[in-house]
Design a protein around this ligand. Structure first.
Ligand code: G3H
Ligand code: 13P
Ligand code: ZN
Length: 309
């Protein structure tokens, strides 16, 4: 087993209708719950580290924990930098064992995004590391968003083709209506599948990435609220939309919020039902189990990635 790049798993995913789950990791219990689920399902796995994760847990702890998961489960794992904000952080991760980095230049004008991405691609490829870039903006989404506004923030298919050609990037995150966090839609959830199909048609060999892909599973929101939480009106991307997106080039599906909700709901429940307990292992164990169950369900029923290793 080893830390590997996503090259092979994406080329397999592109040829069929499954997608690889890319899960955000912040501590040992989260990593164990996810890795054990991937092992149980014999599924390809990406573990990703955000700026917030590095600040909270510190990079050395997270990389060593991911290595420990690799040894313990005997799985090949992709260690990915999520939303790298500049060349320096990408370089630092490449130099420290990451096998995949994201350079997020989506806030810059097109040519600036291209120049920055190209610089990261050149350094990464020279070190055997793959690169994800982003084009388009994942804003908070209104149900009645106008076509003009969509064009301004959602990924333009022609621009996507131009961007990939100019940068030589390995995968591309696109904006088709998802957003980060637990409040993705005010009204009915909707994704711009026509736009996704057009992008996939123009760059059929480029693995596409869906950020903000949590479903915000009602069972966890309800459980958290039942035990003292206050998360009203949370709404995510329906599971069947994720499965559908995997048919049109989406190879990597980013999930963080669903992990947070699963963990928090269990901890709230345990602490509320066991007020005399103060051993963290007592509430972190069911929290880890909840993550395992949720990730296993996603791999099996939503991403259709069981036995795709
Ligand atoms: O893309 C956003 C991820 O959910 C990471 O969030 O920076 O709070 O860890 P974070
Ligand atoms: P969610 O907030 O929908 O889980 O998205 C996470 C993500 O895109 C991380 O990059
Ligand atoms: Zn993201």
């Amino acid at each position: 087993m080893a830390l590997i790049t996503s090259k092979e798993m994406f080329s397999k995913a592109l040829k069929s209708d499954f997608a690889v789950g890319a899960f955000n990791v912040n501590n040992m219990e989260i990593i164990q719950g996810i890795a054990d689920a991937a092992k149980a399902e014999n599924a390809p796995l990406i573990l990703q580290v955000s700026a917030g994760a590095r600040k909270y847990a510190r990079q050395a702890y997270l990389t060593k924990l991911v290595e420990a998961a690799m040894i313990d489960t005997e799985l090949d794992i992709v260690l990915h930098l999520d939303h790298g904000e500049d060349f320096e952080i990408c370089k630092q991760c490449i130099d420290n064992g990451f096998t995949s980095v994201m350079i997020d230049g989506s806030k810059y004008p097109l040519e600036e995004n291209i120049a920055l991405t190209k610089k990261v691609v050149e350094y990464a490829h020279a070190h055997g590391v793959v690169v994800e870039a982003e084009l388009g903006k994942l804003a908070g989404v209104e149900d009645d968003i106008k076509v003009d506004a969509k064009s301004a923030t959602y990924t333009d298919p022609e621009e996507a083709a131009y961007f990939v050609e100019k940068t030589g990037v390995d995968s591309l995150a696109i904006a088709i209506g998802t957003s980060h966090g637990a409040y993705k839609f005010k009204g009915e959830p909707s994704l711009d599948f026509e736009r996704l199909k057009k992008i996939h048609e123009l760059i059929p060999n480029t693995p596409l990435v869906l950020h903000g892909a949590s479903t915000v599973l009602p069972e966890f929101v309800n459980k958290a609220n039942q035990f003292g939480g206050d998360i009203p009106g949370a709404k995510g991307v329906p599971e069947e939309m994720i499965t559908e997106a995997a048919k049109y080039g989406i190879c990597k599906v980013n999930i963080d919020t669903d992990l947070r909700l699963a963990m928090t709901a269990e901890i709230r429940k345990f602490i509320s039902e066991n007020p005399a307990e103060f051993d963290p292992r007592k509430y972190l164990s069911p929290a880890r189990d909840a993550i395992f169950q949720m990730v296993q369900h996603k791999i099996k029923n939503v991403l259709k990635a069981s036995n795709q290793r």
